[in-house]
Ligand binder design. Sequence first.
Ligand SMILES: [Zn+2]
Length: 80
Amino acid sequence: MAVVWHGGGRRWFTRRAAENAEARRLINKRCECDNGDAFTPPYTCGLHKDAVKNARRTRLMVAMFVRPTTRAALPQEEQE
Ligand SMILES: [Zn+2]
C-alpha cells in the first residue's frame, strides 16, 4: 500500500510534486505558446518566456490556490 498524491491529471509520490503539477496545469490553461508552421515562426508566450519568473509564478500559484483548496493534491491510499 502506498500513499500517492493527485495533481495535474496524474499521481505523484510527494505532496510537493502533486502541488507543482496542479499549479502547472492551472498556468498552462492560459498558455499561448505556439509551435508555428511553414508560414508562422514559433512563439513563446509570456507565461513561459522567463524560467525564473515561471518558477516564481508556480510557487505563488501553489501557495495561493492549490494548497488552500486541497482539492487537487489529496492523498489517497492505493492497494497494490
Ligand atoms: Zn506558454
